[in-house]
Design a protein around this ligand. Structure first.
Ligand SMILES: Nc1nc2c(ncn2[C@@H]2O[C@H](COP(=O)(O)OP(=O)(O)OP(=O)(O)O)[C@@H](O)[C@H]2O)c(=O)[nH]1
Ligand SMILES: [Mg+2]
Length: 242
């Protein structure tokens, strides 16, 4: 009898969505490479493969620029989790999630998990300016006296309450009952790709939450996510497959 061989196919798909410049690619670099690197605006999309215990998780980076909007629902197809990303210093980036990006998730799995992420927290919150002890930042010059904040604190345009309210509307849009869903306190994050603040917590929370979805799929003997699905994937400068 022929034995099935296991290729390194992803078990589950996570997609990151949001307006241009909110820091989607930077968040993925921070998580997968432990670095804050220069980016160029993403063209099309790119995927990163992350080994999580015995499982392979594909994380799809998407382009926020309007010209690539049409590709978004293709990337979301079959997603087990979607990260809706905004910039805490830019109110419009939160509004765009509802106006432009939420409908793209119609192609995601019915039991898709949503996380709402306010990035660039280092610009508004002195606490988020501290490098995450787990994350290796690019070396900073050594200061001889108490270190001033790395950059001036900017006006925070999106409060946590605004994000929590949007999370509730996302659940409503998906026809989900707030009482039985994952609570906003757990699924709304403020992060900094620059310092690493909360970045591991975001991805690791999501990965833990998608495990049941992997196990269910495996027990049902479903095919894993097919990377060969024709997708016009143009890579970012940063490339992919961390
Ligand atoms: N201060 C600060 N800047 C950030 C952070 N994350 C990203 N940036 C900067 O924001 C700009 C955009 O970052 P990207 O990661 O390319 O943004 P994106 O969402 O992938 O943009 P598109 O690919 O065009 O959709 C870059 O100049 C980053 O250096 C952050 O956490 N803090
Ligand atoms: Mg990008």
């Amino acid at each position: 009898m022929r034995q099935a061989t296991r290729t390194k196919k992803p078990d589950v798909k996570v997609v990151i969505l949001g307006d241009m410049n909110v820091g989607k690619t930077s968040l993925l670099h921070r998580y997968t490479e432990r670095k804050f690197k220069d980016t160029i605006s993403t063209v099309g999309g790119a995927f990163f493969l992350k080994q999580w215990g015995p499982y392979n998780i594909s994380i799809w980076d998407t382009a926020g620029r309007e010209q690539f909007h049409g590709l978004g629902s293709m990337y979301c197809r079959g997603a087990a989790a979607v990260i809706l990303t905004y910039d805490v210093t830019n109110w419009q980036s939160l509004a765009e999630l509802e106006n432009r990006f939420l409908s793209l998730t119609d192609t995601a799995n019915a039991d898709c998990i949503f996380a709402l992420v306010g990035n660039k927290a280092d610009l508004t919150d002195p606490f988020a300016q501290e490098p995450d002890s787990e994350s290796e930042s690019d070396p900073q010059p050594v200061a001889s006296c108490p270190t001033p904040p790395a950059s001036p604190v900017q006006h925070k345009q999106v409060s946590r309450e605004d994000a929590v309210a949007l999370y509730a509307r996302v659940l409503r849009y998906k026809g989900l009952d707030e009482k039985t869903c994952l609570p906003a306190e757990r699924m709304c994050f403020e992060t900094s790709a620059k310092t690493g603040y909360n970045v591991d917590a975001l991805f690791e929370t999501l990965f833990d939450l998608v495990l049941p979805s992997i196990l269910k799929k495996r027990s049902e003997g479903e095919a894993t996510v097919d990377l060969e699905t024709p997708l016009e994937v143009r890579r970012t400068k940063a490339g992919c497959c961390a």
